[in-house]
Design a protein around this ligand. Structure first.
Ligand code: GTP
Ligand code: MG
Length: 787
């Protein structure tokens, strides 16, 4: 950790600013600042009787003045820091200078050594040691530190104060511009202190920092905010948490010994833990990742409902789930417990709202804490019923009322998804050969010495799992041209190859060049470079059958299916470099006055079609709950909403079974009647389930006649590709929680459908286990069969 700290002492106060960078690389991002000032008695050997620490926000202008104007050349430190305590040494440290400023960060880059010095100093009064790199700034302006002695009120107003003192500091720092809009961070220096938050107005600073002229108003941070921290305890077979811990900046974890299977994560502020990281961690810890999704579902019976971001949202969820069972006090995380996973605790903490980058903040334990046993207590929450709500009426899924509305939903401009593209790729041209003759004293006719041209760059395709769409592939792609040969037998350099990365599952087909495309290609008439004035003569003399330009034989590419990650193919050769004139020396012609031009690179027009590769594909009408089902069973997190065509491009999730078996499942947009006539979103997206070995029909049991929906889906599939509907299939009867109607519909559907029907509630996570195990059975039974 690198820190830039500066100290001073002024009228019994001292101020400290810390600049905490993001990484310890040569470019340091300044991320958070803390400024603290506390009272220090005049007699530095005594511990202050009642030291106080006040915390306030510091803004850009103040900090700039503060940093630039600081001077601690000894005298300012007297009193607090004895001269002997200050060990100043010139070190090898190469400091940092400002490189780029954005709203949030100041980026520093390496700076001359002479600009900075390394300091070690000890404050006797605070009995703490600090080591850090001090930036010796321009000693021009001081922040209005005098005002700080009057820091009694809630409001502080800073005035700039100029100091007429010149220093030999650097020009480079004059525009040091440090952004600080974060909550302050304070550490415990073994001194009790009072915290106070202050909202204050920033007054415009006039000189030298005049570029910062806006008036800043800070929000009032004195209002307490609810901070939710959770503790998790698991049994785990793995000790390998290293990868996951960095994401959990706000969690502490402990493992008693390497043999102990218990892993405890404490004080996790879910507002701050990245959702996916955390989910992955739990997955790893749990070692039973079957139902773990990014929504933090842990097991059939153990469900951490949601990240508690929004009290109201939580309340809504709780009321929905527990409507007929229990009223639960809010806001608390609900959890059902089984014997395997131990407990989850919850605290409602009243604490000051931490700003984004602040690392520490105080909280108090309030609920669910037993003072007798000094342990956290598990709240006793009964399990919910299978069908908690007694809704009799089916929830009618809204249909798009008009074509316009449908388009509005379908036209999601925020996503750049593309699964079909026609592109032109061209290999780089070869470099030209050179016509040159040795020039030497006393020789009026030197030998030919022209170099050969370099080869043009080729175009490769590589399949990768890193991308899921073709949108990043350019429409026209060229390999680099080889450079031409030069005199004195200097051959040209080869052009760089181009690698085009496409998602796994991309099918590449070559299309014949249309006449128009062929016309647009450069003509290939004269393939020779001529010595000045020799063109006609050359054409007349030497173009016999023996000297012919070499052309790359053109072969049509077979269809190429990139199915595995890392699969790489060369699709377009770059042209060969042309020969220099020495190549054409013969007995008859010792001084050839021509050389070969570089060959043209190959050109191909290709169609790229992305056909997602997944073991199972979800098919259903819009709003049937396909995405909700995918969310509940896999690690994917597609958007779920109550309007049709929520999903407009495919999304692939992975279901992970406890024995590490993985199964991929693709969610695609809703299919409607007449999709083959391009109604709805059409049926071109069915290409993404074309390769799935198992089809999963997701049927909304709350609709009037779900069996009709099923036959409609099957007939649309058949119209898209004959035989597709005959694949092994499973029917998921979703929304089974909508009780009476769903139940009767299910009975009927089961009797009518020739396929196996599993009732589930994707929303309430019911019967999911059965669905996933059936799905696995089917996938395993068809494993190895070609689709
Ligand atoms: N009551 C109930 N509602 C559900 C269930 N599953 C999904 N829903 C709701 O149904 C609506 C549609 O869910 P989605 O998952 O977006 O449906 P979809 O099939 O992906 O829809 P499209 O992407 O538009 O094709 C949402 O409002 C869900 O909350 C369920 O099991 N029970
Ligand atoms: Mg969807």
């Amino acid at each position: 950790m690198f820190a830039v700290r500066r100290f001073t002492q002024l009228e019994g106060w001292y101020l400290r600013a810390e600049v905490r960078p993001l990484k310890t690389s040569s470019n340091v991002l300044v991320r958070a600042f803390s400024v603290q000032h506390s009272f220090v008695t005049e007699d530095s050997t005594e511990t202050p009787a009642k030291p106080r620490r006040s915390v306030f926000d510091i803004d850009k202008a103040e900090l700039t003045a503060f940093v630039n104007g600081w001077d601690y050349e000894g005298e300012n430190l007297e009193g607090d820091f004895e001269t002997d305590d200050i060990v100043r040494e010139d070190s090898d440290f190469v400091g940092y200078k400002k490189r780029k400023t954005s709203n949030r960060y100041v980026e520093y880059e390496e700076q001359e050594q002479s600009d900075y010095r390394k300091l070690e100093y000890r404050s006797r009064t605070q009995s703490t040691e600090h080591t850090g790199y001090e930036v010796i700034g321009r000693n021009k302006h001081l922040a209005p530190l005098n005002e700080l002695s009057n820091f009694e009120d809630e409001k502080i107003e800073f005035e700039p104060m100029s100091v007429n003192k010149e220093s030999d500091a650097l020009d480079t720092l004059t525009d040091t511009d440090i952004v600080c809009d974060e909550k302050l961070v304070f550490e415990d220096d073994n001194v009790e202190f009072e915290e106070r938050s202050a909202s204050y107005k920033h007054q415009k600073l006039s000189h030298d920092v005049s570029e910062i002229d806006e008036k800043l108003e800070f929000e009032d941070v004195s209002q307490p905010r609810q901070v939710n921290k959770y503790n998790f305890q698991f049994e785990s077979n793995t000790n390998d948490l290293g990868d996951y811990i960095p994401g959990l900046t706000y969690a502490r974890w402990a493992q008693n010994s390497s043999t102990d299977k218990k892993v405890i994560l404490e004080d996790i502020d879910l507002d701050y833990v990245e959702r996916r990281t955390f989910s992955r961690l739990l997955q790893k810890l749990n070692n039973n990742p079957q139902r773990l999704s990014s929504d933090l579902f842990i097991d059939e019976n153990v469900t951490v409902e949601r990240f508690q971001k929004d009290e109201k949202q939580l309340e809504r969820i709780a009321r929905e789930q527990y409507s007929n069972t229990n009223k639960v006090d809010l806001p608390h995380l609900r959890l059902d417990v089984d014997e395997k996973l131990l407990y989850v605790d919850e605290f409602g903490h009243a604490a000051q709202k931490p700003r984004k980058w602040s690392k520490k903040y105080e909280f108090e334990k309030t609920d669910f804490y037993s003072e007798q046993t000094n342990k956290r207590v598990v709240p006793d929450v009964p399990l919910p019923e299978l069908q908690p709500s007694g809704v009799d009426q089916p929830v009618q899924t809204p249909e798009p009322s008009s074509e316009q509305e449908r388009l509005r939903y379908a036209d999601d401009k925020t996503t750049d998804y593309c699964d079909f593209k026609k592109i032109q790729i061209t290999g780089g041209d070869g470099g030209d050969g050179c016509v040159s003759f040795l020039k030497a004293r006393h020789r009026n006719k030197g030998m030919p010495d022209g170099g050969n041209g370099g080869q043009g760059g080729s175009v490769y395709f590589e399949a990768t799992n890193d991308i899921v769409s073709l949108h990043s592939v350019s429409l026209k792609i060229h390999g680099q041209r080889g450079s031409s040969g030069k005199a004195k037998h200097h051959d040209g350099k080869s052009g760089a190859d181009v690698l085009i990365r496409v998602p796994v599952g991309t099918v590449i087909r070559e299309v014949e060049l249309s006449e128009r495309d062929a016309e647009s290609l450069p003509p290939n008439d004269d393939c020779f470079i001529h010595y000045p004035g020799w063109r006609n003569k050359n054409l007349h003399n030497i173009f016999t059958d023996t000297i012919k330009p070499i052309s790359i034989p053109r072969q049509k590419l077979p269809e190429l299916d990139l199915k595995t990650d890392g699969q790489k193919h060369l699709l377009c050769y770059g042209g060969l470099g042309g020969f220099g004139n020495p190549y054409y020396v013969t007995g008859q012609n010792k001084y050839p006055k021509f050389a070969m031009k570089g060959q043209k690179g190959q050109t191909r027009i290709l169609e790229l079609e992305l056909k997602t590769i997944a073991d199972a594909g979800l098919i259903g009408l819009p709003n049937a709950g396909k995405s909700a089902f995918l969310r509940s069973v896999s690690n994917a997190y597609p958007k779920v909403d109550s309007y049709p065509f929520t999903t407009i491009h495919p999304c692939v999730g992975t279901i992970q079974y406890p024995d590490l078996f993985n199964l991929t499942i693709a969610d695609i947009p809703g299919l409607v009647e007449g999709a083959h006539r391009n109604v709805g979103l059409g049926h071109s997206f069915l290409r993404h389930i074309e390769r799935s070995k198992v089809l999963v029909y997701v049927i909304d049991l709350a609709r009037k006649a779900p069996w009709d929906d099923l036959s409609l889906l099957r007939s649309e599939l058949e119209l898209y590709k004959p035989g597709l509907a005959q694949r092994p299939s499973l029917v998921i009867g979703n929304k089974a929680d909508i009780s009476n109607v769903a139940k009767s519909n299910f009975e009927h559907l089961r009797s009518v459908a020739e396929l196996q029907v599993v009732p589930v509630s994707a929303k309430l996570q019911k019967n999911i286990k059965k669905a996933t195990s059936l799905l696995r059975e089917m996938v395993e039974s068809v494993a190895g069969q070609a689709c």
